[in-house]
Design a binder for this molecule. Structure first.
Ligand code: TNX
Length: 532
């Protein structure tokens, strides 16, 4: 604490020294104090980006956006230009509501002063697919990246350079829409920065999920893992087996009406996510957590009879038959249909808490199912203990939720870290939290931030981080927001910003300043009194 205070004290003195002569030039002594104060606020506001960029070099002055601005777009060829244009349209829409400006999109690089330019020409190769440079001067904003994906990440950064009012859902008059002069060079530490939504325990509509994708994407979350089946519900239409949704999708925890996505709706979700460069990873949890399927079709059960639907919250009681070819035929139908509508490189096969499946049967089952996934050109992911099955090799990814990945490390499987005591969004913040569970402990905002992927996985095997929201106790959008925010910002930063550049005390200040943006977006975040 002390160190930080001294640092900030020094920073303010330095800023004052810098600002006073500048402001003296134009103002009377009487005005000096006030303008110095405003300038200081501007300077600190420019450091509030989450996740923290790799390099942020502040210049002096600001760019002011007017309704005369155009958004110029140019790719390396026509196809890419068309994609860059879509990123430009996304930016236009994000700026439209609060400013009231209907900015022109112009293809080309004949950029006139006062404009914004997005291009994939001239970026440094080492920025990869997601890296970008945002360079602002008093007369222009330029974002450069190797790929439209990187431009999209840069656009999310640019949003955070504007005043927080930019995020309001109504026209905000009399605001100067300025961004500071700055050069930001940025790229992510990890390629997997995920959010998981359990839409099986409680169903959430397409619009609810879209909203969460849109909100998460602003913090550069790039994977949305959808937990599409569990004991309480099956949530994706499978044309060959319509009762999965007609019966298995008909309820949820507590006995509400449940619901499901048609394949058309799923494709629509995939597109919405792809427009934000977010990949949707579909999960069907097996061989446990499978009661909704067992309740839909008798042939999946040893006695040929459908199981009753389940609306409680116990785990570990259901299992697919692991030595019956009807099971594998059924699973192959599901995987085939899903692989046809899901462009993700992954299909998640669950594999957790199979407490009603003998270990040898579990090992056999997860090997068979991961081979089916591979047959359809996808990479299987599974929860631990999937790594412990001898049938599972390094072509399968482990999603690590307990602190147990010895087998994965030994086999050199890639790992997504979701360790429950740090990354579970369904854990309460503290004893007063109105929703959530606490079996993995409380996860206050600080605990959620103060760890690193490498605490739980070797760096060379780690793909990144994913924070799951299990929804046994979460049935409304309000509750969902409350559990996800503000913790997701921390997970986003753990995935994006290298460990050496992260520090809780400094993060806390940036997070505090995100409060206004979250409020403006009507996010029902947990308003932690220690932070906001
Ligand atoms: C464990 S984490 C589960 C889920 C529960 C969650 C509740 C995991 C792979 N399995 O079935 O919803 O705990 O926190």
């Amino acid at each position: 604490m002390k160190k930080i205070n001294i640092k900030y004290f020094r920073m303010s003195i330095m800023l004052a020294i810098l600002l006073v002569p500048l402001t003296l030039k134009f103002t009377s002594l009487h005005e000096v104090k006030a303008s110095a104060k405003i300038n200081f606020a501007d300077a600190s506001a420019s450091n509030n980006i989450i996740p923290k960029p790799l390099s942020y070099k502040a210049g002096s002055g600001k760019f002011i956006l007017t309704n005369k601005a155009s958004i110029y777009v140019k790719g390396k060829d026509d196809n890419e230009t068309a994609e860059v244009r879509k990123v430009g349209e996304f930016l236009r829409e994000k700026l439209r509501t609060a400013t009231g400006y209907d900015l022109n999109i112009v293809v080309g690089d004949n950029v006139v002063p006062g404009s914004i330019y997005l291009t994939t020409i001239g970026a440094e190769a080492d920025k990869g697919n997601e890296g970008y440079r945002v360079q602002t001067t008093e007369s222009s904003i330029k974002i450069t990246a190797n790929k439209p994906e990187g431009l999209s990440r840069g656009v999310q950064t640019l949003r955070q350079l504007f005043p927080a009012d930019i995020e309001k859902s109504t026209l905000v008059p009399a605001v100067q829409w300025s961004v500071p002069v700055v050069t930001i060079d940025d790229k992510p530490e990890y390629s997997h920065r995920g959010l998981m939504l359990d839409v099986a325990r409680h169903f959430f509509t397409v619009d609810d999920v879209k909203r969460q994708i849109d909100l998460a994407a602003q913090y550069k979350i790039n994977k949305l893992h959808l937990h599409l089946s569990d004991d309480q519900g099956w949530r994706l239409e499978i044309k060959k087996w319509p009762d999965l949704t007609a019966i298995g999708g008909s309820t949820q925890v507590g006995g509400g009406p449940g619901g499901f996505y048609t394949q058309q709706q799923f494709k629509d979700l995939v597109k919405f996510a792809a427009d934000r460069y977010v990949e949707i990873i579909p999960e069907f949890d097996m061989p446990g957590h499978s009661n909704a399927a067992l309740a839909s079709y008798g042939f999946l059960n040893p006695d040929g009879n459908k199981k009753p639907l389940y609306t409680g919250t116990k785990v570990g009681f259901s299992s697919f038959m692991t030595h019956d070819e009807k099971t594998y035929g059924f699973i192959e139908d599901v995987i085939r249909e899903v692989s046809q509508i899901s462009p993700s490189t992954y299909i998640h096969i669950g594999g957790d808490e199979a407490e009603s499946t003998k270990k040898a049967d579990y090992d056999y089952f997860v090997g068979r199912v991961s081979n089916i996934v591979k047959k359809y050109g996808k990479t299987p992911i599974g929860w631990d203990p999937i790594d412990t099955a001898p049938t599972i090799d390094s072509a399968v990814v482990l999603q690590n939720w307990k602190d147990s990945n010895a087998a994965a490390v030994q086999k050199k499987m890639k790992i997504v870290v979701s360790v429950a005591k740090k990354a579970y969004l369904d854990m309460k913040y503290n004893e007063t939290t109105p929703y959530g569970l606490n079996w993995a402990g409380y996860i206050p905002v600080e605990t959620g931030y103060r760890w690193d992927v490498t605490d739980f996985a070797p760096r060379q095997l780690a793909l990144g981080v994913e924070s799951p929201l299990w929804t046994e106790t979460i049935s409304t959008v309000k509750a969902m927001d409350y559990m996800i925010y503000p913790r997701l910002l921390g997970y986003a930063e753990i995935g994006w910003t290298p460990k050496a550049s992260r520090n809780w005390e400094e993060y806390k200040l940036r997070l505090k300043n995100q409060g206004q943006r979250m409020s403006n977006q009507n996010i029902n975040f947990y308003n932690d009194p220690g932070i906001f």
